[in-house]
Design a protein around this ligand. Structure first.
Ligand SMILES: O=C(O)CCC(=O)C(=O)O
Ligand SMILES: [Fe+2]
Length: 327
């Protein structure tokens, strides 16, 4: 017999006995097992074994936090800020209040609070002043933003991304599924709604501001790491046949000092040399909505060191971050 309630619940669920599995986690939670409630909340968020129910998940999560689940508290902060990942009204102030509470007993929360404290933000978490960029190509429009992120912000994004790294995958236009793809050899991870902490959220709001889009249009911020020899071969960011097309891309360079790794736009004669904190924004479609093939671009092979990059692919309309996977 499995030794603890979570293992027992997994075992039951794997045999199709989902109801007894949920009852078991509930009972353990009622007896003070925060981890059991956290497990149930994750099932409800992801729709694993049970129907996906974000509101029920939030109630379960609240109970886990109330009996001391520290990581659950950070997840609650993230979901509050984004309104359960675009499902409800976002609540930046509510999220800040929860983060302040969490910061009393958790150094991770304290560090996030300090990073946010250093930003000049509106009451919604958006930048007080929209950073200004330099147009480096008029048509298609490519704009360069020097020092969009501070060094500490870059380090935070990279460290969140580091925990999510998996071999690069892209969306297969035929099936819409994620498949390993030879054109992108970097490793990457998408920062989904349960991990969109307030620092990442504020950066996504900053990215929305400079790109003139709503934060809900952005796919989960994706962190890529290129080791020597890795590259992102020439491609367009648009997705063939997508109903809700990618209209704009924001690339944020998280570091510098590596060899190679320029972002190249061969049809524009444009080579962007990555510098930690800098960003570029470019339109990926023409006014008629079709892909702008002039935006063909590549991440050149890295020759030494590691290149860290955060990419935000922005769609024409709001997305559901619970079902979409960054490509
Ligand atoms: O690595 C680069 O410079 C380009 C990345 C890129 O094209 C993308 O993330 O869509
Ligand atoms: Fe790209």
């Amino acid at each position: 017999m499995a030794s603890n309630p979570i293992e027992q619940a997994h075992l039951l669920a794997s045999r199709g006995q989902t109801r007894p599995a949920v009852v078991l986690l509930e009972a353990a939670g009622a007896a003070g097992d925060a981890q059991a409630l956290m497990q149930l909340a994750v099932w409800q968020l992801a729709g694993t074994h049970v129907a996906r129910d974000l509101d029920a998940a939030r109630v379960t999560l609240r109970r886990a936090v109330a009996i001391g689940h520290v990581d659950g508290a950070l997840m609650e902060v993230a979901l509050t800020a984004s309104g359960n990942g675009n499902a409800r009204a976002p609540d930046w102030q509510g999220a800040i209040a929860l983060l302040d509470k969490a910061a009393a007993g958790d150094p991770v929360a304290t560090a996030q609070r300090a990073l946010i404290g250093a930003m000049a933000l509106t009451s919604d978490g958006a930048p007080l002043r929209v950073p200004q960029g330099q147009v480096i190509s008029a048509s298609p429009r490519v704009v360069h933003y020097p020092a969009l992120l501070s060094e500490r912000e870059c380090a935070h994004v990279a460290s969140v991304g580091a925990g999510l790294l998996e071999p690069a995958q892209v969306i297969d236009p035929q099936t819409g599924r994620l498949v390993p793809h030879p054109i992108r050899t970097s490793d990457g991870g998408a920062i989904g709604p349960t991990r969109e902490d307030l620092v990442i959220r504020a950066l996504n709001l900053r990215i929305a501001a400079i790109s003139g889009t709503r934060v809900e249009q952005g796919e989960p911020l994706t962190v890529l790491r290129y080791s020597p020899g890795q590259e992102y071969r020439r491609h367009l960011d648009t997705i063939a046949g997508a109903r809700n097309q990618r209209i704009r891309t924001v690339l944020v360079y998280l570091n510098q000092g590596f060899g190679g790794g320029e972002t190249q736009f061969p049809m524009l004669g444009l080579d962007v040399r990555p510098r930690g904190g800098d960003a570029i924004v470019f339109d990926t479609i023409l006014p008629d909505g079709s892909p702008d093939t002039r935006t063909l671009h590549a991440g050149a092979p890295v020759t030494a060191g590691a290149k860290w990059l955060a990419t935000r692919w922005i769609r024409a309309e709001a997305i559901d971050p619970w079902t979409i996977h960054a490509g």
